[in-house]
Design a protein around this ligand. Sequence first.
Ligand SMILES: Nc1ncnc2c1ncn2[C@@H]1O[C@H](COP(=O)(O)OP(=O)(O)OP(=O)(O)O)[C@@H](O)[C@H]1O
Ligand SMILES: [Mg+2]
Length: 241
Amino acid sequence: MTKTTVTQQSQTIQGRVATAAGLGKVYRRGPEEIHALRDIDLSFETGGFYCVLGPSGAGKTTLLNLLGVMDVPTSGSLTVAGQIVADGEKVRLAEGKRDRLRLENIGFIFIEFFLIPTLTAVENVQMPLLWAGKEDRAYAVELLERVGLGHRLTHRPAEMSGGEMQRVAIARALINRPKLLLADEPTGNVDTRTRDSIFELFRELNDDGLVIVLATHDQELAGRIDRVTHLRDGRLAKGKE
Ligand SMILES: Nc1ncnc2c1ncn2[C@@H]1O[C@H](COP(=O)(O)OP(=O)(O)OP(=O)(O)O)[C@@H](O)[C@H]1O
Ligand SMILES: [Mg+2]
């Protein structure tokens, strides 16, 4: 296995994987301003498993996009994998450096699996490498075995169940050996049994040292995660509702 691999990759980080202080995000649409996040103070420590819980529109995806440096904040400071992404109004890290930071440190999983229909499981898992002009079929196979899909290597998305497709997406998110896994409502499109088995997989990956931030509005799922951050209307809610 791969258990060793995942452990080794996560041992490279010390302390905090991401820190946000006074973080804010305003979306501008013409004259309209939408305050998607306001004054968020959070820190994500090595080895942690975090849940961001909140209703639709609370700002969960916005927060994950900032942590994954897909987007930049409009206020506050943000450090990810030891690099200052933004500080106050200033964005410190240029887009190319953010791309690199993301590629080297972050894995993403979304509610939709975003698999390429014409590619097999093993090819889909390798996609992030191919963009960087690399290839590692052996590691892609290893990861598919890790997520329980050793028997589906050459299946295309249409030949797999929703749960299997999400597992392929998880393997793809791990191919760059990330330190931080961001999962945006990862079990929103699967039945509860599949949800539970995917959650167990997250638990194992976290036990191996991968830091996970899972955004959901599923209170039951959140109840299984130690560190739950409640978001409502873009703000951190105090205590549990
Ligand atoms: N690109 C954008 N431009 C303008 N407003 C946006 C944009 N993205 C999100 N918003 C707004 O920001 C707020 C937070 O959205 P966000 O997608 O972060 O919520 P969410 O908690 O992920 O919701 P859901 O559970 O429905 O996915 C919402 O009011 C939304 O309409
Ligand atoms: Mg969302």
